[in-house]
Design a protein around this ligand. Structure first.
Ligand SMILES: [Zn+2]
Length: 218
């Protein structure tokens, strides 16, 4: 038996930038917060250098004229490579940096055993008093990201926006979301609260649990 999720994966193009694609497959899946009818795989844009560079270039064009100062990119979901390329794009674009080193920091928070984000002493200078953008792979409710925003503010960072590969929300709290893909790029995309999921109500079993690392079949 093959892996039916992998075999059903299809390529989807970004409405705004046809050079960038993600993979997705329809079905019945659970994230930590919701049930969704697509499993979205953005791995290629995170792990292939050429695709991460393209994604960074496209994100830069979304940020230009909207975000003027960036000192630090805080990466969640193993987005550091894309974060590095985005920093490079922003530096080439002459985005303003307030810090005396005149370069952008790319960092990620640690998640402790009770799933709280934190920054250790050695990383805190990259956050405290810095102009920060947050980079995530996919957002369906924004709940995880809003925890990260609280953490960054706790450590004294000033947040200037959230960047993502895929997002169904255009704001997290009062922060604008700059995203390469939205639910409009995936025809019929829907997310449900677990207790209101129509698949569950029809007793259709969940296929997999999904998160930023991938899927695990049930
Ligand atoms: Zn369900």
């Amino acid at each position: 038996m093959g892996d039916s999720i992998r075999e059903r994966m299809m390529k989807f193009y970004s409405e705004g930038d046809g050079s960038i694609t993600i993979n997705a497959c329809q079905g019945h899946f659970a994230t930590s917060q919701s049930h969704i009818n697509y499993y979205i795989d953005v791995t290629r844009l995170k792990v292939r250098v050429s695709e991460a560079k393209e994604a960074a270039r496209s994100l830069r064009s979304k940020l230009m004229n909207r975000v003027t100062t960036v000192d630090t990119i805080v990466c969640l979901d193993s987005m550091e490579m894309l974060g590095g390329f985005l920093a490079n794009e922003l530096e080439k674009a002459d985005i303003h940096m307030n810090n005396m080193h005149e370069t952008i920091y790319v960092v990620h928070p640690e998640e402790n055993t009770i799933h709280q984000f934190m920054f250790r002493e050695n990383i805190r200078p990259a956050v405290e008093g810095k102009q920060v953008i947050v980079l995530v792979d996919t957002m369906t409710t924004g709940e995880t990201v809003s925890k990260a925003l609280e953490c960054i503010e706790y450590y004294g960072g000033i947040i200037n926006g959230v960047c993502s590969i895929f997002s169904t929300v255009d704001k997290v709290g009062n922060q604008d979301v700059f995203t390469l893909f939205t639910e409009k790029d995936l025809p019929g995309y829907a997310a449900y609260a677990p207790n209101e999921c129509p698949f569950c109500q029809k007793k259709i079993p969940l296929e997999a649990m999904v998160n930023g690392y991938g899927y695990s079949k049930l």
